[in-house]
Design a protein around this ligand. Structure first.
Ligand code: ZN
Length: 224
């Protein structure tokens, strides 16, 4: 089991998708914190608490979060599991330490600067209907000719309207919380002797290059 950590917009989702494509021969399941959080019924008391936290760009109650992830892991039968954004705080890291119920093999850390994550968040626009993503100023070919996409443009796929994603608008606050909470997580895993793969994310490095670095690590450490 591998846990992927990184600031919002550091590119975890993209890296995970290309690794799954690369390792087609294995059954890999992704447990995505974001997907699980959005699957909670928001009409329940805990759902309302989660909604409030998300609206402020804050972490949801950690006890509930850890339980949500553990329930999912208990059901899981895959050869390899990728945890996407699951490790955020010391509470969420402990179950995946050496003595925990679900120990990880490696922590894969995407290291990006705050400026880079902020720029990506500010640049991204998303369809309010089908959730396809674009970036501001993107030039696309449509039936009507060449268009420059921006907030308020029509989605090419479904005619929905492009807007900034709510959590992208909260990027400053989300980065502040991430940076504060993740530091003890690294200390904890280092003390436990858990393998940490540091991948440096830069504006010029491609996702393919990041994927190759991860693949080399998995080959060297686990003969995957
Ligand atoms: Zn759309």
């Amino acid at each position: 089991m591998f846990s992927f950590v990184g600031k919002p917009n550091s590119g975890k989702g993209t890296l995970i998708r290309s690794l799954i494509e690369h390792y087609k021969r294995y059954k890999i399941d992704v447990i995505s914190a974001r997907d699980l959080i959005y699957s909670v019924d928001y009409t329940t008391p805990i759902g309302r608490e989660i909604e409030k936290a998300l609206a402020k760009g804050e972490f949801i109650p950690q006890e509930f979060f850890v339980e949500l992830i553990q329930n999912e892991l208990r059901k899981n039968k895959a050869d390899v599991v990728y945890l996407d954004g699951v490790t955020r705080t010391i509470q969420s890291a402990i179950p995946h330490g050496k003595q925990g119920e679900f120990p990880i093999d490696s922590l894969v850390s995407l290291n990006a600067s705050d400026d880079l994550c902020m720029a990506r968040a500010n640049n991204r626009i998303i369809c309010n209907d089908c959730h396809d993503t674009y970036h501001k100023g993107q030039i696309v070919d449509s039936k009507a000719g060449r268009l420059i996409m921006n907030v308020g443009s029509d989605c090419l796929k479904c005619d929905g309207t492009l807007e900034q994603r709510t959590d992208d608008a909260l990027i400053g606050r989300r980065l502040e919380i991430y940076n504060r909470e993740i530091a003890p997580v690294f200390d904890f895993y280092k003390n436990e002797g858990i393998n940490i793969l540091d991948l440096d994310v830069t504006p010029t490095k491609t996702n393919g290059e990041l994927k190759d670095e991860a693949v080399n690590h998995f080959a060297k450490e686990y003969s995957l």
